[in-house]
Design a protein around this ligand. Structure first.
Ligand SMILES: Cc1ncc(COP(=O)(O)O)c(C=O)c1O
Length: 365
């Protein structure tokens, strides 16, 4: 008997562990759990998006072109772009896959600065291409000089997550602009701005502003974060029109669904909801970071909807004890942890549990 998994494309066999995904603990499925492990918006979807999606359900028998076109136009006018510069995806995760499908040949190199979003590193192996990683600077900031130094003749893609997941650190936008403008012609830069909407730096420029000057630039956005629509699967790429056409070659014609797309159109108008969740995130980010520092935790400076930290403890044990209280966060290599910012009472439950754990379990240096 030949196992069907043996018939997979060879490069895919290498990334099978990633494809298989994680088992979901039964406790995670219960109502009332404090689920701060996946950077989900604990307030969303936006009420206006919910109404629009409920209305759209009755058209579920129809293919989504008209709603997709309306969403493309809405996003374009929201960000002062042309509709031809917007490519819709089934979440920005699907955009990352489509970028691989479109551009990666065997032996190409994909450059990243680690730690960064976990979906980039497994991507090249699916095409027989190679990941090249450079480490972050001290303080966990993305090292643009090291990325520049890591470029070779084979570099096809550079992924920059800004603000970065999992660290939450934000690049200086002048430095990023300068980096993008000086890239060699054969390199495509992807700036993943999934967490852009949480930034609290007046006048901070999106990499979308650099598209007119640098044609090989792809900026990714998602409705999964500030708009609270992670389960509705809508993301998009902003590029110049030429790049949009190239990306479209590898994209399914119906690369989103009409329910999510209808919700996304109205979510963009729900400024009251966005203001409320943004204000909560800013206040709670400040409060949680301060409280964690008081506990002797090293906290990375976050401009996102989560906090990355080193509590100098046994992280598996920490995770387990928190899970026993139905509080879920995430572990990362090098004894690091990440907690998403939720509602005040959820955040307080996390802080109380963390304090209790650390009193009993702190590693003595
Ligand atoms: C940096 C980053 N990019 C992309 C995604 C994918 O988002 P989605 O596929 O929900 O749009 C995530 C999800 O957490 C993320 O953290």
């Amino acid at each position: 008997m030949i196992d069907i998994s043996e018939l997979m494309r060879d490069p895919l066999k290498e990334s099978r562990a990633y494809i298989a995904g994680q088992a979901i603990p039964a406790a995670l499925m219960q109502p009332g759990v404090v689920k701060l492990n996946a950077n989900e918006n604990q307030y969303g979807p936006s009420p206006m998006a919910i109404k629009a999606m409920a209305r759209e359900l009755q058209n579920g028998n129809l293919y989504p072109q008209s709603v997709m076109q309306a969403l493309r136009e809405k996003i374009a006018s929201h960000y002062q772009k042309d509709p031809g510069q917007i490519t819709l995806f089934n979440g920005s995760g699907a955009a990352i896959n489509a970028i691989g499908d479109t551009f990666l040949n065997p032996e190409d190199e994909v450059l990243i600065c680690s730690p960064t979003y976990m979906a980039y590193a497994p991507l090249p192996s699916r095409f027989g291409a190679k990941i090249v990683e450079v480490p972050a600077l001290e303080g966990l900031y993305t090292d643009l000089d090291a990325l520049y130094g890591g470029i070779s003749d084979r570099t096809k893609l550079i992924f920059i997550c800004n603000p970065n997941n999992p660290t939450g650190t934000l690049l200086n936008h002048h430095a990023l602009k300068n980096f993008i403008y000086h890239l060699p012609e054969h390199v495509i830069c992807v700036v993943d701005e999934a967490y852009y909407d949480w930034i609290d730096v007046p006048g901070y420029e999106s990499a979308m502003n650099f598209i007119d000057e640098r044609s090989k630039l792809i900026v990714l956005r998602t409705f999964s974060k500030i708009y609270g629509m992670a389960g509705c699967r809508v993301g998009f790429a902003v590029t110049n029109e030429e790049t949009a056409k190239t990306l479209g070659t590898a994209s399914n014609l119906f690369y989103t669904n009409r329910i999510g797309a209808a919700g996304a159109i109205d979510a963009l108008d729900d400024t009251a909801f966005c203001k409320m969740v943004y204000r909560n995130n800013c206040e709670q980010r400040e409060y949680m970071s301060t409280e964690m520092e008081k506990m002797g935790i090293d906290v990375a400076p976050s401009q996102a909807s989560f906090i990355y930290f080193n509590a100098h403890c046994d992280t598996d044990k920490c995770l387990q004890e928190l899970e026993e209280k139905h509080i879920f966060i995430r572990t990362f290599p090098a004894s690091c942890l990440r907690v998403s910012i939720g509602r005040p009472e959820q955040n307080q439950a996390f802080l109380d549990a963390m304090k209790e754990f650390l009193i009993r379990n702190r590693k003595v240096a």
